[in-house]
Ligand binder design. Structure first.
Ligand SMILES: Nc1ncnc2c1ncn2[C@@H]1O[C@H](COP(=O)(O)OP(=O)(O)OP(=O)(O)O)[C@@H](O)[C@H]1O
Ligand SMILES: [Mg+2]
Length: 330
């Protein structure tokens, strides 16, 4: 083991009877942005914590930059940067003081410390706020400072646990810009977790994790090709009847029937006019789209990844989209 930035083989973590991580095997290539995508409780943080030596695996092995996460904890710790899912800055200190504290813990040499701090604060657009108390920062500013802090000691692998959770869409975009910039500027591998499907698209490769297991691992493009056709969602006056018709007459396989009927067809743009021509049930709304990672998850698990509590914004957007009625609706 050790050729790749991260190598994981049959990694397991149990908490009592609960199997949080259930035998995952994967590798992260050097220089790549690798994403762990999965719903709440899938085992993302538990995996990160094992890779960062904060949790001991119940079984299996893992190396980071060639060092074993159990037997060579100290070497691993020197080579990683970590941005936790929950904020971990000291609010009562300034941005600079937070960085200084970290620099001391990681023994960043005094000679390079100031230069490195400036460089990173500049990168995350916080240079002019360096001497302000963190308590006065917005959520996005705090996140950016945490990313800068995680990079201070020139880690080989940066772990970001839900780097954009709870941030507004614009700030989330900024964070992704920094990640892209970082990949260019520093010789670094990035391992991150997210449950935002659209954001996983920023990763070179994505592992989809559910109930502690990796259910798919590939580039976003290849994952979406797995789904195949276009996804259509319709709402009708009588979904039960519509479902029956779709199955029998149009031979489609209903993927989901909770809030609306969701199914997959080849060439959706041709299917919809056919549907409107002679469908006995009145259609209230219809929505067509090319496969997304959401659909990949749905196809693999039969469930949607999004939970409304954690992802209210996208859930709202989705409701708005399905509410829009096409002009030809009866
Ligand atoms: N210290 C712990 N003690 C007991 N159970 C735990 C502990 N940490 C995590 N778990 C359980 O392990 C499972 C995986 O949790 P984990 O935090 O890894 O999920 P996650 O994918 O990071 O979820 P989220 O998206 O909510 O952050 C969950 O069922 C969780 O309740
Ligand atoms: Mg987590």
């Amino acid at each position: 083991m050790g050729e790749h930035a991260v190598e994981v083989e049959g990694l397991v973590r149990k908490f009592g009877d609960l199997v949080a991580v259930d035998g995952v095997t994967f590798e992260v290539r050097r220089g790549e942005v690798f994403g762990f995508l999965g719903p709440n409780g899938a085992g993302k943080t538990t995996t990160i914590n094992m890779l960062c030596t904060l949790l001991t695996p119940t079984a299996g092995r893992a190396t980071v930059d060639g060092f074993d996460v159990v037997r060579q904890k100290r070497e691993v710790r020197q080579r990683i940067g970590l941005v936790f899912q929950d904020p971990s800055l000291d609010d009562r200190l300034t941005a600079n003081e937070n960085l200084d504290f970290h620099a001391v813990v990681y023994a960043v040499p005094q000679a390079v410390r100031e230069k490195r701090k400036r460089e990173l604060l500049e990168m995350v657009d916080l240079l002019d706020r360096a001497d302000d108390l963190v308590i006065t920062f917005s959520g996005g500013m705090k996140r950016r400072l945490e990313i800068a802090r995680g990079l201070l000691h020139h880690p080989r692998v940066l772990f970001l646990d839900e780097p954009t959770i709870g941030l507004d869409p614009q700030t989330r975009k900024y964070i992704w810009d920094y990640v892209a910039d970082l990949k260019k500027r520093e010789d670094i591998t990035i391992f991150l977790t997210t449950h935002y499907m659209e954001e996983a698209e920023h990763c070179d490769r994505i592992a989809i994790i559910d109930h502690g297991r990796i259910i798919a691992l590939d580039t976003s493009e290849n994952l979406k090709n797995m789904v195949g056709g276009d996804i259509i969602r319709i709402k009708t006056d009588d979904d039960a009847r519509a479902e029956e018709l779709l199955r029998e007459k149009y031979r489609v396989n209903i993927l989901e029937d909770k809030d609306c009927l969701c199914f997959e067809v080849e060439r959706g743009e041709e299917f919809i006019p056919r549907l409107f021509q002679d469908f006995d049930v009145s259609i209230q709304s219809i929505n067509l789209h090319r496969p997304t990672l959401d659909d990949v998850f749905l196809k693999l698990t039969g469930r949607e990844i999004r939970d409304e509590e954690a992802d209210g914004f996208m859930a709202d957007m989705r409701r708005m989209v399905t509410r829009v009625r096409p002009p030809f609706a009866r």
